[in-house]
Structure formats: structure tokens, C-alpha cells
Design a protein around this ligand. Structure first.
Ligand code: GLU
Length: 451
């Protein structure tokens, strides 16, 4: 970036900061994109004249609403729900719903903004959006979760539809919550339609939807390695998280001959030097989804060590898969990974690497680093395929969906290479993903004129 472009970036960011006070996560996500887009559009006056980037950073609309529900003790509880409809230039708004106490407008705006680029990269006709609530599903009974989901949908249904906005799951929202929300939507509008994805197979879900985000993060790693004539087989893999993304990421890695040695939750991580097996993973899935227990219990069952309050990045590894949440890899963690000889980092979570950590990795040039926009695009891709199947009123086989998923991730990888390769041959996957994602949405916005 030359000094003129650096000034343009500073001016642009000053405007975004002024319009979005108190929203650090959103500003972080915008800055990471603007850093690549501003130099890219420097010699393309049409994008500047039409203020494409300025328009893309302003959500089409934000819906914020009260969610009132009754807990098991009969107490009335009040939460705040949101839906951010960021951009629908290339298709209906599409993106998950997050239920977590950390949810606020800044977090959901960062996620909605990222989703626009991610969805564009998949090549499927999906715009970007995100929703959620500051509801904590931990220690809630099944009935409380059901009542919350119903109360949430009782307002959200007004703003969504199969051709307008199609939500899905994210942290705290899986097939069970999607089932409760889909049931409530159907009851209110009186129509059975593909308004949500991540549904169970019995009522219009897609095969491999649950697995897709984790599988996609591994397929992306496989593509990056293959591009450098390397493979996953025999590599030591460090995975964070123990939810849906982390467990299916680990499953696919084990299937491809990788050795997965860690998993984590919000309390700490387990290190199993022997490596996880399909049986051990099955046990973790049951621990987390059925018993809702803590990851530390793993050590009592299978041995290894538990590290309270720590993240797994200090464990020497070849490949790292952050699959927990945003900003879980700091600059120090990045230095440790590089010093330990880590070769690849594929972001199963959204924005898991801090800007300082990204700079450390970019400077080292030794680590293949796929951003969440590319590496976790598998989830929303299979959501897109679920929409296709709903429109066709068909259900594809596992093999058919997996074939589409692999093809889509290969396409994501190839676009990153096309737009992210420097003169010295080094591939900046962040830059490639940002520019490729931007181009398609920008072209559609230009075609529509000024609006
Ligand atoms: N929440 C997922 C994501 O971050 C999936 C969204 C979807 O399937 O719509 O991409």
C-alpha cells in the first residue's frame, strides 16, 4: 500500500468509526477488508465514484427487538434479539443466528459483514446477514430453550422468508433450535417453506449440513497443501472448540490420516498425545451435545492432560484449526505457532485471529493461512444447497452433497489464488478472499445503479 492509499484508508476508516461508535468487532472486520480493497480499487474509478465500499459497510437494515419468555420457575425474562440484513445484491440475505451472552450489535454486524464476502465466494446466489440474541443457552432446560426460540421467532418471522432472508444456526443454535424456530414460523405463517436452513432431514434438511463447516475447513486446508504438493496425512493437528465445527473438523482430519491432539471449551483444553480416534470423538460429541459436560472430563476417561484457562496454540503442531470463536489467536499465539513450525492455519471460526496475529503470520510467509471467509464457507455452502433442494423439492444423497461441497471449496481456494498471488508467488489468502468476494457483489451493485 502506498502512502496515498494509506491516507485513503485512514479517511475511510475515520468515517466508519464516526458512524459506528462503540463497535470494535465491526470496525475490526471492516478494517481487515478495507486494507485489501482500497489499494485494489485505487486504479478503478467506477468503484470509488459509486461509493461501493462505503455502501457495503452500511447494513441495508438492522432489526432489533425485545424477546420475552418465561423460565421454568415462572419468572419473566427479557432478552434482546437482532437481525442484521447487510447486503442482498446477489441473493436473499443469508447467515446464521447466534445465541450467546456476548451477542450485541457490534458482534452481529461484524458477522453479517463477513458473511457477505463469504457467501459471494461460494458462487451461490446468497446475500449476507446475521442474527441472534444475548440469550445464554447454558444451564437452560429443554423447555426453556424451546420457549425462547418460539418467542424469538414470533418477532423474527415478520422480517424473513425463503426469497428475502434465510437464517440458519451459529454458536448456540443447532438443529434442535432450528427445529423449534422452523415449527413456530410454520405455525404463524401457515406455510411449509424453506425459510431456515440447518433443518433436520425429516423436514427439508440437507445431508452433511451439520458436518459441512468442519469438513469445509479441512477441505480448504487440503487444497492449500495440495497447491504446494503437500497433504494432511501424518500431520499433527491442533483444534480448538468442541462444538459442531470443531468435532466435524476433527472427524474429517482423522479420516484423512491427520493426528488430532487437542480440543477445548471455554474453560480450557485437553491434550491427548496419542491422538483422538473416531470413538473418542463420538464420546466428546455425546458429552457436549447430550450431557452438556465440560471437556476436562475427557482426561478422566481417556488420559492425556487438561489445561485450565488456556488455549491450545502452545502445543507443537503442523496444522491449526481455530474452531471456537472470534479473536482466539493473539500475536503471541501466532509467534508460538510459527516458532513451533506450524505449516497451515484454517479458520473454522469467524475472525478467530486478531489483526496483530494476522500481521505476524503475513510477515513470516511460512504459514498457509485461510481466513474464515474461505475456510468456514462450507457451512453456508451446504445451507445454499439446502435451499436448492427445498426449491427442487428433492433431497440429495450424502455423496451428491459432498461432491458439491468439495467443488465449492475448490472454487473458493482457486479464487483466493487468483486474486491473492503476489509477484514473488506468495499467496495472501486474506487478500484473495476479500477481493474475490468483493468483486461479485460490487458488479451486481453497479448493475443496479445508485440505491
Ligand atoms: N453460521 C454459519 C456461518 O458463519 C452458517 C450460516 C448459514 O448456514 O446460513 O457461516
Amino acid at each position: 500500500m502506498n502512502s496515498h492509499q494509506a491516507d485513503d484508508l485512514a479517511t475511510f476508516m475515520a468515517g466508519v468509526e464516526r458512524r459506528n461508535p462503540g463497535e470494535p468487532e465491526f470496525l475490526q472486520a471492516v478494517h481487515e477488508v478495507a486494507m485489501d480493497i482500497i489499494p485494489y480499487i485505487a486504479d478503478k474509478p467506477i468503484f470509488q465514484e459509486l461509493k461501493i465500499l462505503e455502501r457495503m459497510t452500511e447494513p441495508d437494515r438492522i432489526v432489533s427487538f425485545r424477546v420475552v419468555w418465561e423460565d421454568d420457575r415462572g419468572e419473566i425474562r427479557v432478552n434482546r434479539g437482532f437481525r442484521i440484513q447487510q447486503n442482498n445484491a446477489i441473493g436473499p440475505y443469508k447467515g446464521g443466528i447466534r445465541f450467546h451472552p456476548s451477542v450485541n450489535q457490534s458482534v452481529l454486524k461484524f458477522l453479517a459483514f463477513e458473511q457477505v464476502f463469504k457467501n459471494s465466494l461460494t458462487g451461490l446466489p446468497m446475500g449476507g446477514g446475521k442474527g441472534g440474541a444475548d440469550f445464554n443457552p447454558k444451564e437452560k432446560s429443554e423447555r426453556e430453550i424451546m420457549r425462547f426460540c418460539q418467542a424469538f421467532m414470533t418477532e423474527l418471522y415478520k422480517h424473513i422468508g425463503p426469497d428475502t432472508d434465510v437464517p440458519a444456526g451459529d454458536i448456540g443454535v443447532g438443529a434442535r433450535e432450528v427445529g423449534y424456530m422452523f415449527g413456530q414460523y410454520k405455525r404463524i405463517v401457515g406455510r411449509f417453506e424453506g425459510v431456515l436452513t440447518g433443518k433436520a432431514l425429516e423436514f427439508g434438511g440437507s445431508r452433511i449440513r451439520s458436518e459441512a463447516t468442519g469438513y469445509g475447513a479441512v477441505y480448504m486446508m487440503e487444497e492449500m497443501l495440495a497447491h504446494h504438493q503437500e497433504t494432511i496425512e501424518g500431520r499433527i493437528c491442533v483444534v480448538s472448540g468442541s462444538g459442531n465445527v470443531a468435532t466435524y473438523c476433527a472427524e474429517k482430519l482423522i479420516g484423512m490420516g491427520g493426528k488430532v491432539v487437542t480440543m477445548s471449551d471455554s474453560s480450557g483444553f485437553i491434550y491427548d498425545p496419542e491422538g483422538l480416534t473416531h470413538d473418542k470423538l463420538q464420546w466428546i460429541m455425546e458429552l457436549k451435545s447430550k450431557r452438556r459436560g465440560r471437556i476436562e472430563e475427557y482426561v478422566r476417561e481417556f488420559g492425556g492432560t487438561y489445561h485450565e484457562g488456556e488455549r491450545p496454540w502452545g502445543v507443537p503442531c503442523d496444522l491449526a484449526f481455530p474452531c471456537a470463536t472470534q479473536n482466539e489467536i493473539t500475536a503471541d499465539d501466532a509467534r508460538t505457532l510459527i516458532d513451533n513450525g506450524c505449516r497451515g492455519l484454517s479458520e473454522g471460526a469467524n475472525m478467530p485471529t486478531t489483526p496483530e496475529a494476522i500481521r505476524v503470520i503475513q510477515a513470516s510467509k511460512t504459514l498457509l493461512h485461510a481466513p474464515g471467509k474461505a475456510a468456514n464457507a462450507g457451512g453456508v455452502s451446504v445451507s445454499g444447497l439446502e435451499m436448492s433442494q427445498n426449491s427442487l423439492r428433492l433431497q440429495w444423497t450424502r455423496a451428491e452433497v459432498d461432491q458439491h461441497l468439495r467443488r465449492i471449496i475448490r472454487g473458493v481456494h482457486d479464487q483466493c489464488v487468483e486474486f491473492g498471488t503476489a509477484a514473488d508467488g506468495h499467496i495472501d489468502y486474506f487478500k484473495g478472499a476479500n477481493i474475490a468476494g468483493f468483486n461479485k457483489v460490487a458488479a451486481a451493485m453497479i448493475a443496479y445503479g445508485v440505491m
